[in-house]
Design a protein around this ligand. Structure first.
Ligand code: G6P
Ligand code: MG
Length: 214
């Protein structure tokens, strides 16, 4: 019996990849690296630290900066990103998300956010979704990021439900892998060919038909 649904945030509940891209592009320019939207696709669902390393590698300068310098670069990127998302409101929530949360709430099903982003609590608050969310995983509280199952297992653990009684919803390949590794049912949001490891794939959150599962 499904008792909890764990949602990724970026690309599932709202669109932030444009803001992440803008902030990474500005940071990459500072170190003389060019990135485009195709490259940005590979950063979806990837942690801040790993994204920076991927960008430096893309520019052939991985190893040029010390850990301390990389921390500063990440700080700059995040400051700019925070500025870009400071205008987010409930208007940024994808169509169908609130209706889905209400559907789950009425049925007593718990809702968690399992995002790699440390900005998730800020966005949830800005988009006025706090009332629906029982728990937001802090990625710093788990050992391994996606595709490891840790983030999803942490949510199940805190909510007090078995992983097999959870559904995970994700738009990134690493996220689908994490859900499956956690032993949960995986709903993919996006392209079925890309997210082939998901149990079922929908084009958007608005299309999810929970009545077939719950
Ligand atoms: C999500 C996004 C990634 C982002 C990561 C960390 O997974 O898809 O693009 O790098 O979160 O986000 P943060 O807000 O903590 O830098
Ligand atoms: Mg995502």
């Amino acid at each position: 019996m499904i008792k909890a649904v764990i949602f990724d945030l970026d690309g599932v509940i709202t669109e932030t990849s444009i803001q992440h891209f803008q902030a990474w592009k500005a940071m990459a320019n500072m170190v003389g690296v060019e990135i485009d939207t195709t490259f940005n696709e590979s950063l979806k669902g990837v942690s801040r630290e790993k994204s920076l390393k991927a960008i430096l590698k893309h520019g052939g300068i991985l190893g040029k900066y010390s850990e301390e310098e990389m921390e500063k670069l990440n700080f700059c990127k995040n400051e700019y990103y925070k500025q870009l998302i400071s205008q987010f409101t409930s208007a940024n929530v994808f169509e169908g998300a609130v209706e889905l949360f209400e559907y789950l709430k009425v049925r007593g099903i718990k809702i968690a956010i399992g995002s790699t982003s440390r900005n998730a609590p800020t966005l949830i608050k800005a988009m006025a979704l706090e009332q629906y969310i029982d728990y937001i995983v802090n990625p710093d509280d788990v050992k391994n990021g996606k595709p490891a199952p840790d983030i999803f297992l942490k949510a199940a653990d805190v909510l007090g439900v078995r992983p097999s009684d959870c559904i995970g919803v994700e738009d990134a390949i690493a996220g689908i892998k994490a859900i499956k590794a956690a032993g949960m049912y995986a709903i993919g949001i996006g392209d079925g060919e890309v997210l082939e490891e998901a149990d079922i794939v929908y084009k958007s959150i608005a299309e999810i038909d929970f009545s077939i599962i719950i």
